[in-house]
Design a binder for this molecule. Sequence first.
Ligand code: PBG
Length: 331
Amino acid sequence: MSMAVKTATRLTLARRPRRLRRTEAIRGLVRETRLTPDCFVYPLFVCEGHGVRREVGSMPGVYQLSVDEAVKEAAAAKAEGIPAVILFGLPASKDANGTLAADPEAPVQAAVRALKREVPDLVVMTDVCLCEYTSHGHCGILDGEEIVNDVTVAHLVQAALSHAVAGADFVAPSDMMDGRVGAIRQALDERGFERVGILSYAAKYCSAFYGPFREAADSAPQFGDRRSHQMDPANVEEALREVEIDIAEGADIVMVKPALPYLDVIAKVKARFGQPTAAYHVSGEYAMLKAAEANGWIDGPRAMLESLTAIRRAGADIIVTYFARDAARLL
Ligand code: PBG
């Protein structure tokens, strides 16, 4: 201790918060938020073919995978402690109605069957939307330039049913059409799939952070944007209404998306409804961290763990993240 620190210079303090930060063991004892791999859902992009493993340019470490490669990737993730995957599909062809979204032989349905066979304990979730399957890249059926809500819901129901038939544990509608959760719930129940759950993208914002995903899933709209159905980033009361509706319609898990720019929304949804709550740490959030790391501008692993911890601290029980495997290996 330096000579400058004399008894007289000591403060008399009842509370010294630094006592709880002195060693890693003490910090561990008082840590409020635990980040563990068992809260991760790992997204996979499934394409046609065999032995295909094509890296997505804007998402280093993320690949378009044929079914056999998706099985390997999911098995490796499971071995690292990740309990669940969510599947996105790249169909062989696209048309105006997104017909292949409900095709039993399309990549997602084939991958569900293979995963349930090869990695039995893995929780298999499927994204339900038409944007990867339509030639125009919009999330539904068009009348002119407008997405027709109720007709689109009928198509989404068929896609969700085809995923359930393949063996999906959860279907995850990401389209933001009105009434889709209730329609999917009813159709699942009528066909005897009452055990299949619904993870609803309940508060999905119209976000610039989905850019890299649209490269990964080849789903960029060919004209216009998604403002007629995805939420205005300025709104939070509306997010609570969306979540309330989806819970009433039968959603088992509600999701907020993106994650980091919407931590306030996650916190409010969790506090208000107390339901299992997920957050989607989206492609743009991943790409930004990877790009900054590649440039040597940030410590990538630390920034990753800090981001994921923040999402948990805000109230998310479940995090859908491309970092699932990177993070699981560090935890
Ligand atoms: C499909 C869908 C999207 C994402 C998840 N499901 C794209 C979109 O809405 O345009 C984005 C995921 C991400 O950016 O990581 N509708």
